[in-house]
Ligand binder design. Structure first.
Ligand code: TEU
Length: 566
């Protein structure tokens, strides 16, 4: 298999608004990040993925960009950015930018021009359509509620927005637009950034027929996704972007691609495709909702989750590269969702999840606070939420009488994006050391028990467990390049697999349940030269049949690993 630095890396995602506030205005900022680079170096991560820091009206916390080449003033200045980049590089940490080019803000100069007149030179930078007998051009529902079409008085036409109405979709059919984007990307690359995480990049090409989507059950709108997910020209655009920009630098690129299959993923990230290095797939984190999508109170099903994870490992092997994640700024906290966030099992299950994820083949992503086992916040009142998606759906679904307020609050408690966005818990001082001012979103009151200062000082903390896991990757190529083989695929609570490279095998066993579970151990790990690599219990040796503690995880090597690696 071809070696690459981004395969060997561990990525840490920073959501700047919630990471660290250096000036007491209640909002995280770039200087705040620079101040915490030593912390990240201590953890051992190689790459930061920085959620958007560009100029923005903040309708969607920066995923609505009004100037791609300027920094949002509450986050700091371009000098602050350059300093952060330089300081990160000094510590051997690379920086990957969030590239949001499916849409811009409606306050971007291009859109302000575009909406002025039908013959404005920027008109075709966006997607404008006539209505159908006084109605929207299609029946599509937007990702944050409502229609995907907004009527514009000035020129008496609708514009398309797959997300909020303040996020008009850019028209990738237009070559002039594409050139502008490549120019902007080149500018960031010349500045020295190390790559891009590309927001909903599989939605940039729209089926030009603009057909109505299927309407399910009581849903208010049709599902337009067949017309824009993995659209007709998306691979052509990415190959062009690769030729024009990406191929000229040594970058890491990861496409955010909701609703992508393994077959599609191989097209985006296949080694020989000249597109991207890897994609984020979402099959394993898509809640099994019904007609209201993610608005459900259902917990995940382990058997389904396991089947999905195994399939991605097997089908991408040798052909494309996996990105590995259990949480991000759009998802619930991983320990609350896949582990157990009660005091009894929180640390244990957070370590188990980390073992499970970091030992798979692919590039692992740590979402800020995950390395501390930070949990969902379980807000009691809708006024505590800030996220546009949570607020808009609450309004839409309860006002239409489709879901009761109580039920919607329960859904939000499980799946609201604000769960991931509560401020980072640094220490036990006021506001968890996040800010001297009033935080823009409430700090989780459990910061007194869960915070970085405490965990750095405790050898058996979640933080120190992550640190050890990350360091294993640095020493043992088997973690990156070893093949994957699933064990006991039918086991209802245990996820077990083997990794192999050269003459070495690693056995990874993770109990996803709060109960004792039994698992049979392959013979070679019972031999005298088999050895514990890492684990979250006192266990140091194996028997043919092992009774696992709740949320136990371990990795054994056969034969034993050496300090210098294998
Ligand atoms: O998210 C893309 C996306 O598909 C979202 O609908 C995501 O699945 C949803 O937030 C889950 O509830 C990206 C960004 O990660 C997100 O923060 C942005 O809001 C969105 O694009 C628009 O830029």
């Amino acid at each position: 298999m071809n070696k690459a630095w981004w395969k060997e890396a561990v990525v840490y995602q920073i959501y700047p608004r919630s990471f660290h506030d250096s000036n007491g205005d209640g909002v995280g900022d770039i200087k705040g990040i620079t101040q915490k680079l030593d912390y990240l170096q201590e953890l051992g991560i190689d790459v930061i993925w920085l959620s958007p820091v560009y100029e923005s009206p903040m309708d969607d916390n920066g995923y609505d960009i009004s100037d791609y080449m300027a920094i949002y003033s509450q986050f700091g200045t371009m000098e602050d950015f350059d300093e952060m980049l330089g300081e990160a590089h000094k510590r051997g940490i690379k920086l990957v930018m969030d590239l949001v080019v499916n849409h811009s803000s409606d306050e971007h100069r291009w859109f302000l021009e575009s909406r002025k007149a039908k013959d404005n030179p920027y008109r075709d930078f966006y997607i404008w359509k006539e209505g159908r007998q006084g109605k929207e051009p299609t029946n599509w529902g937007a990702m944050f509620g409502g229609s995907t079409w907004e009527w514009d008085e000035q020129t008496q036409m609708y514009y398309l927005h797959l997300f909020s109405r303040k996020q008009p979709d850019l028209n990738w059919e237009n070559e002039a637009l594409r050139r502008e984007i490549y120019r902007m990307m080149t500018w960031w690359c010349d500045k020295g950034v190390d790559g891009f995480r590309m927001d909903v990049i599989n939605m940039i090409s729209k089926d030009q027929r603009y057909l109505d989507g299927e309407k399910r059950g009581a849903a208010l709108y049709g599902d337009g996704s067949p017309s824009f997910m993995n659209g007709p020209r998306v691979h052509e655009y990415l190959q062009e972007m690769n030729r024009e920009v990406l191929s000229k630098y040594d970058l890491m690129t990861v496409g955010e691609t909701p609703a992508v299959s393994t077959e599609e993923a191989k097209r985006y990230a296949g080694a020989d495709r000249g597109e991207l290095n890897m994609v984020f797939q979402f099959e394993h984190v898509d809640p099994e909702g019904g007609e209201f999508g993610k608005w459900t109170t259902k917990r995940y099903r382990f058997s389904k989750f396991k089947e999905i994870m195994i399939r991605w490992q097997e089908e991408l092997a040798g052909k494309a590269w996996n990105s590995l994640f259990l949480g991000n700024h759009d998802q619930p906290r991983s320990v609350s969702r896949f582990g157990n966030d009660t005091p009894e099992f929180r640390e244990q299950s957070a370590k188990m999840l980390a073992t499970f994820l970091h030992m798979l083949q692919g590039t692992p992503y740590v979402y800020q606070g995950e390395e501390l086992g930070m949990t969902n916040i379980y807000f009691q009142d809708i006024s505590q939420y800030r996220d546009i998606e949570s607020l808009q759906y609450y309004k839409e679904l309860t006002e239409a009488g489709l879901l009761s307020k109580e039920h919607m609050m329960a859904c939000l408690a499980q799946y609201s994006r604000d769960n991931a966005r509560t401020p980072m818990q640094w220490d036990s001082s006021r506001n968890a050391g996040f800010s001297q001012g009033e935080p823009w979103l409430e700090v989780n009151p459990n910061y007194l028990e869960i915070n970085a200062e405490d965990q750095l000082s405790r050898e058996n903390s979640v933080f120190n467990y992550y640190k050890k896991l990350i360091s294993l990757r640095k020493v043992h190529p088997i973690v990156t390049y070893g093949s994957f083989c699933a064990l006991a695929p039918e086991h209802p609570a245990v996820f077990a697999y083997m990794r192999e490279l050269g003459g070495q095998s690693w056995l990874v066993v993770c109990n996803f349940a709060a109960d004792l579970e039994t698992i049979e151990i392959p013979k070679r790990f019972l031999a005298p030269d088999s050895q514990l690599v890492i684990g979250n219990t006192e266990r140091t040796s194996l028997t043919p049949s092992v009774e696992l503690a709740p949320y136990e995880a371990f990795v054994f090597s056969s034969p034993a690993v050496t300090e210098a690696g294998v």
